[in-house]
Design a protein around this ligand. Structure first.
Ligand code: APR
Ligand code: PHB
Length: 391
């Protein structure tokens, strides 16, 4: 097979780029390790910045998002039972965020790829990238049953998530990895219940952090901070609801509608960045190159700018014979990636209970929160980062 851009990974990053390039006449093949059912069964976060929503529309995938999403102009922070609102729109100079599940968004991207005859190959095994830094064009192989298939291309996009093969194809002496692992995880529950609050509630509590989020007016998503040693089996639905209630303000806890969990999982919290994001003819995008803890809702939004920069760089290359965008990709993408890292680390540090923290650290957290709500400039900084810094 032959294509212009071979994309490894059929998550939101890979699909979005494939769709955008297709609309500009640039041919792609997407290779995905899992089945489509598996990819669409993964429950992921649900807050999109306007920049990502705009890209969805540009990719002609925004229709269902626009009719089913909720636009949020703020969220609440609860500090040991006391609620205060962050007015995102006021403090960001007019912006807001879009609440729409990433699983739904991925479904929309798959449907668009199908509609336009896009080539997405599922269940590929043993993907190997070849000749990435050679003067000759790169090629990709994968196993389909007993047969090895080969794809010749101009460029390879590594959009295969944190555990993918692309980043690992960059030689050790070239790749630098920066990592911070947090000493806790989030236990998440999805339930077919009415959300307890119209806006998200980020709750700091001595027993640990909690988050009230939602997917729609009949679907709620809640999280609690748990030790890394906990497993899903340790948490019955009843135990989860009881612990969540303890960490919320009393009146919120009293109004909480509980029900059976549809999905329950534990995700460890991690910050990670790989540099550079380009090596030869390989370009990394999304979770393949960087991970954030979910506290600042930056995960997919951090991928959005990678896709935007790559999309425009590819357009300049193929339509204008201009490689400036490709040459500057790594540097430009990383500049925004690190800002999302900083913000996610800050929100995480501000709101979680750290097992080994001293009284001094807790006093600093108290002060950070008190300062935040006493300063329009501090709120402005939070708001502009939460709604997404410009691409
Ligand atoms: N070959 C082909 N595909 C692979 C391989 C491989 N060797 N390894 C992993 N994949 C696939 C995964 O199965 C997954 O579907 O790559 C895809 C990567 O998708 P995501 O992990 O969703 O990463 P990305 O598309 O960058 O999405 C950004 O934002 O909110 C965050 O982590 C969240 O998924 C989200 C991310
Ligand atoms: C979610 O709805 O899953 C969600 C929302 C906001 C976050 C993290 C996760 O910061």
């Amino acid at each position: 097979m032959k294509t212009q851009v071979c994309i490894i990974g059929g998550g939101p990053s890979g699909l979005m780029l494939s769709q955008l390039l297709h609309l500009k006449g640039i041919d792609t093949i997407v290779l995905e390790k899992q089945s489509r059912e598996y990819v669409l069964g993964r429950i992921r976060a649900g807050v999109l910045e306007e920049g990502f929503a705009k890209l969805m529309r540009e990719a002609q995938c925004g229709e269902r998002m626009d009719s089913e999403c909720e636009v949020h102009h703020g969220f609440e922070i609860s500090d040991n039972g006391v609620l205060q609102r962050v007015d995102l729109t006021k403090h960001s100079g007019g912006s807001s965020v879009v609440v729409y599940g990433q699983t739904e968004l991925t479904r929309d991207l798959y449907e668009a790829r199908d509609r336009m005859g896009g080539k997405v190959i599922h269940n590929v095994e043993d993907v190997v990238l070849h000749d990435l830094s050679a003067d000759t064009p790169p090629w990709v192989t994968y196993r389909d049953g007993d047969e090895i298939q080969r794809i010749d291309c101009d460029y390879v996009i590594g959009a295969d998530g944190f555990h993918g093969v692309s980043r690992k194809s960059i030689p050790r002496e070239v790749l630098r990895e920066y990592e911070k692992v947090y000493p806790f995880g989030w236990l998440g529950v999805l339930s077919r219940t009415k959300p307890v609050s119209p806006e998200l509630i980020y709750a700091r509590h001595a027993r640990g952090f909690a988050l009230c989020s939602l997917r729609s007016q009949v679907l709620s998503r809640y999280y609690i901070q748990v030790p890394l040693t906990d497993t899903v089996e340790d948490w019955s639905d009843e135990a989860f609801w009881e612990e969540l209630k303890r960490r919320l303000p009393k009146d919120v806890a009293a109004a909480l509608e509980t029900g059976p969990s549809i999905e329950k999982s534990i995700a460890p919290l991690r910050s990670f960045v790989a540099e550079p994001m380009r090596w030869g003819n390989l370009f990394l995008a999304g979770d393949a190159a960087h991970i954030v803890p979910p506290t600042g809702a930056r995960g997919l939004n951090s991928a959005a700018s990678d896709i935007y920069y790559l999309y425009h760089a590819m357009l300049d290359h193929y339509h204008n014979c201009d490689d400036t965008g490709l040459d500057q990709y790594s540097q430009k993408a990383l500049a925004r990636v690190w800002k999302a890292q900083r913000f996610s680390w800050w929100m995480t540090s501000l709101l979680h209970t750290f097992p080994d923290s001293a009284e001094y650290d807790r006093k600093l957290q108290d002060t950070d929160l008190a300062y935040l709500f006493s300063s329009d400039r501090a709120l402005g900084s939070l708001a502009e980062n939460y709604v997404g810094l410009p691409f």
